[in-house]
Design a protein around this ligand. Sequence first.
Ligand code: PEP
Ligand code: MN
Length: 340
Amino acid sequence: MIIVMSKNATKQEIDNVERKLTDLGFKTHPITGEVKTVIGAIGDKRALNTVNISTMPGVESLVPIMKPFKLAGRELRHEPTVADIGGVRIGGPEITVIAGPCAIESEESFIETAKKVREAGASILRGGAFKPRSSPYSFQGLEEEGLKIMARAREATGMKIVTEVVDTRDVEMVASYVDMIQIGARNMQNFRLLHEVGLTSKPVLLKRGLAATIEEWLMAAEYIMAAGNEDIILCERGIRTYETSTRNTIDISAIPVIKELSHLPIIVDPSHAAGSWKYVGALSKGAIAAGADGLIIEVHIDPPNALSDGPQSLRPGKFAQLMDEFRPVAEAVGRSMGAR
Ligand code: PEP
Ligand code: MN
């Protein structure tokens, strides 16, 4: 429910309405606009059967929130959200690029990659420390040692760092190292994990599930937001279709649809969508042109010997070349790529 306060409502009247809603068991989200204040009330609306909020002093009207994603949707918060990852913004005029290897393999290779992607214009460094592999016999990641390497790479380059968490037991530990926590496609509907990252104060990069609808994806964001963490960045990474020429099928439509339904920023992962480095450039340009706020791209210094996702990883030189090619595409849609 959205409670629209009249433009002459006093602070006292707004506070009274908010207190009443809290007493009824609602979580309130006051939004102060230039002209009016609105209060989003999220909870069981049956509680309103006993009290008439609409007659309280200062209340102009009550508007139901029609969509199931109350906090992630545009009904309550119309203005786009700009996420702040330790000073790096996602969702503003600039296209933010996150880059790095699929997995952290060693300190030396990770820091070398970090320096190269930063030089090419990436501002956030990616790297998996806990790897959810399709096979239990594949490399599973360096775990906490990987997080320590990430933290040292942040120190060496000034980049912000993002890594995936796969287990509720590791959330606090991962949050203590990184600037942004990633929820992988395979865990998009792991509701306990979503709740747990919702209790942290770190921004969350929420990947779309392999076969998730846009509504299911926004409901996953809603889980995190309902736990108190509203800094979410959505990531389209390709979905399962009958097409086998690429690893997944990038859903470019998701970008304008999300922009219409939600105020949250959305970035695109062309690497996991394509499954081949050859298509990463084209998919990235398509994503920028369609309105994506950023990209997350896998880059490896020696793809043939990568411990995971080598075939889709760009070499640093190719990544730098593509970054230059993205610039005019970004400018054509009124965005910029940021300084090198
Ligand atoms: C990743 O980013 O390394 C990853 C495993 O991606 P996804 O969850 O999208 O498969
Ligand atoms: Mn990967």
